[in-house]
Ligand binder design. Structure first.
Ligand code: ACO
Length: 458
């Protein structure tokens, strides 16, 4: 099969959100910490009516409905998530309810977990299946979904929630570029969830940011090496990429990431001082620095970060900023975060600007697993083209973000407390109102004495 990649996408985020400026005031932190320091505007969150199963049911049902997908045409379905409510039964098995009526039980795939990375592995699995001898000609659906909540403290404002579903197959408008994939995996205790009775992770925030940047360095170094081979050139830099997207725990880290890649480009190009001095003028005095020094010497690291951000501002505005709409307004959705960035780019840019472009994506999941890979966008932009259909289907997202209900921080806190008390409970019926859900949302109606969950669709 040729041109395997993403054919259609669906994005879901919760109806309720809390404003970060109000949260700064409520938490008693300095004004600007969450909004400027982290770059966030609003944060989506779920009440006790929603869990990982309901989010996934909602997004897959919508993907199938909006794209008139025949259930019999699906041969693989996988879920990437770190929101576990069962240590054995997969979310995928719950989603099989959506195929019951059609009688199609012949669907491969189960769940994949490693922090925010599971969705990416699920996507790779789906693409591999289609390119393999096991493929039977049908399409795959990949789901990334999570509810990201933190205990009270400095991490809480970097929560979020949401789900992305992607239809994967041949002849796609977003083609996963063969050969352009690099991986970095390592053991780290930067963020993990050892406490089965709590939704909250144990997190070492500073370490997680360091691990994220280290993984970024490793992936980019390997990715550019592959780019040099594939494009047959001596230098492969941000200029060879049209758009750069990153897993987004908060928007500010993404701007820093793009800046870091530019610093990497600068270090790899000793010739540039004479040939193209202008381009890296802000960085010239760091010519003899090694990338690792940014970790070893904090003051120097900050100085380089500042200079790189200045140097890369224009590139950031053009190649990365358009991908941050959902992240800024919903927060870190965990596994769907990167795919929310992809969707944001597709509805923010014009189809003419997108046509034929190369997208670079960086996926990071604590613990840790990371990858950098690319898509090529089709250059067929006709009104009946698959790209046109994909882009058009995402255009309602800004209006949906706007139409959410903004909740006071006090109510947000109360909702989190409810979730704490009801997490893992049996013999339980949720108390949050069904009113506070978008139409078409699945919601939990009951957990019986044997922990079996039932759902309804609004
Ligand atoms: N105005 C403007 N900026 C401000 C203000 C203010 N009033 N106050 C603080 N800031 C800036 C800080 O200078 C800092 O920016 P800098 O790093 O560029 O200097 C930023 O806001 C954050 O402030 P910190 O004091 O560093 O924040 P804190 O340490 O309290 O928390 C952290 C930040 C560690 C990211 C925390 O939110 C966290 O643990 N989050 C969860 C973990 C996470 O998301 N890790 C990322 C990768 S792993 C993953 O995806 C889960």
């Amino acid at each position: 099969p040729e041109n395997v990649g993403i054919i259609a996408m669906e994005v879901y985020f919760p109806y309720n959100c809390v404003n970060q400026e109000k949260l700064e005031e409520f938490d008693g932190v300095s004004k600007g910490k969450y909004t400027i320091g982290l770059g966030q505007r609003n944060m989506g969150f779920c009440g006790d009516r929603e869990d990982i199963n309901s989010l996934s049911l909602t997004v897959v049902h919508k993907l199938m409905e909006n794209n008139s997908i025949n259930p019999d045409d699906i041969g693989r379905l996988e879920v990437g998530t770190e929101t576990l409510i069962d240590k054995s039964k997969s979310v995928k098995s719950v989603l099989m309810q959506l195929f019951e009526e059609s009688g199609n039980t012949n669907i491969e795939g189960v769940d994949t977990t490693n922090a925010c990375y599971g969705g990416t592995q699920a996507l790779f699995n789906a693409v591999s299946w289609i390119e393999s001898s096991a493929w039977d000609g049908r399409l795959a659906i990949v789901v990334a979904a999570d509810i990201a909540v933190y205990a009270a403290g400095s991490a809480r404002s970097t929560g979020g929630a949401g789900a992305v579903a992607m239809l994967v197959g041949p002849g796609a408008p977003l083609v996963m570029e063969r050969g352009m994939r690099s991986i970095h995996m390592q053991h780290a205790y930067d963020f993990y969830k050892p406490n089965m009775s709590s939704e909250y992770p144990v997190v070492d925030g500073k370490l997680s940011v360091r691990c994220y940047f280290h993984a970024l360095d490793q992936c980019y170094s390997r990715y550019t090496e592959k780019g040099r081979q594939l494009d047959n050139k001596t230098l492969f830099t941000l200029e060879d990429i049209d758009y750069a997207m990153f897993h987004t725990p908060f928007c500010r880290i993404v701007q820093k990431s793009l800046a870091r890649l530019m610093f990497h480009d600068f270090l790899c190009d000793p010739e540039c001082d004479s040939s193209d001095g202008e381009k890296y003028a802000d960085l010239a005095k760091f010519r003899n620095v090694k990338l690792e020094e940014t970790f070893q010497d904090e003051a120097k690291g900050r100085e380089i970060e500042k200079a790189s951000m200045k140097c890369s501002q224009k590139v950031y505005d053009k190649k990365t900023e358009p991908s941050l709409c959902i992240s800024r307004d919903v927060g870190n959705m965990y596994t769907p975060s990167l795919y929310g960035c992809l969707a944001s780019l597709l509805f923010s840019e014009s189809i003419e600007d997108l046509a034929g472009k190369r997208l670079m994506l960086f996926s990071y999941g604590s613990g840790l697993a990371s990858a950098m890979f690319s898509f090529r966008i089709s250059d067929d932009i006709g009104s009946s083209s698959p790209l046109h259909a994909l882009v058009t289907s995402l255009k309602d997202i800004p209006a949906r973000l706007e139409s959410r209900r903004q909740v006071e921080p006090g109510e947000f806190l109360k909702t989190l407390t409810t979730r704490e008390h009801t997490h893992n409970k049996n013999n339980y019926s949720p108390t949050c109102s069904e009113e506070e859900l978008f139409p078409g949302t699945y919601y939990l109606t009951n957990v019986d004495e044997k922990f079996r969950r039932t759902y309804q669709r609004k």
